[in-house]
Design a protein around this ligand. Structure first.
Ligand code: IMP
Ligand code: MG
Length: 177
């Protein structure tokens, strides 16, 4: 029996994830024809999504990583975001696609858009695998979206619960007993 069987229910299985990622990749391929695309993946949550998405894009993309963490007052984010791993390349004049695992309150993405915008890129667009609109505290523009989900805590395919469960090959919901 797989280790997660006792505490996680499947929400979006692997074939469904991959089918949607293929569609997003095709759309991004069309939209960035003739442009130099830089994907900025936000660690650690987006790494699985970022690598699968990049493989679904038929363009010579550049991959960069940025790590952010938000301070939590209890279970709620305070909206204070800190860079834990910064980009190692200048973004001046680049066409950036920020790739995130999930947009929940939107505060992390709001911070990222302000921060990246200050580096004078040619353009910045947002791609998120999941969006949880029920908890939005700020409106962030989402250019590419995998799935809209209900207000449940999800894990897997990069998303964690206490740094665990990232390696599940699907998006699951923690079972509350
Ligand atoms: P936001 O700033 O509230 O939009 O939160 C974004 C970050 O919170 C994401 O990048 C995740 O790391 C984390 N997060 C939000 N919801 C979940 C969830 O359901 N499961 C795991 N992590 C989550
Ligand atoms: Mg995250």
């Amino acid at each position: 029996m797989p280790f997660y069987d006792r505490d996680v229910d499947v929400m979006i299985d692997s074939p469904k994830l991959q089918a949607r990622i293929a569609e997003l990749g095709a759309q991004i391929t069309r939209d960035y024809q003739g442009k130099d695309l830089t994907i900025v993946g936000i660690m650690k949550g987006s790494i699985f999504f970022m690598t699968d998405l990049a493989k679904a894009i038929d363009l010579p993309v550049t991959l960069e990583l940025m790590g952010v963490s938000s301070y939590h007052g209890g279970t709620e984010t305070t909206g204070e975001v800190r860079i834990s791993f910064d980009l190692t390349k200048p973004m001046h004049g680049k066409h950036i696609l920020v790739v995130e695992d999930i947009i929940d309150t939107g505060l992390t993405m709001q911070f990222l858009l302000e921060n990246l915008g200050a580096r004078h890129p040619a353009s910045v667009k947002v791609c998120t695998l999941l969006e949880k609109p029920a908890r939005a505290k700020t409106k962030v523009p989402i250019d590419y979206k995998g799935f809209v989900i209900e207000d449940k805590f999800v894990v897997g395919y990069g998303l964690d619960y206490g740094e665990k469960y990232r390696n599940l090959p699907f998006i699951g919901v923690m079972r509350t007993e």
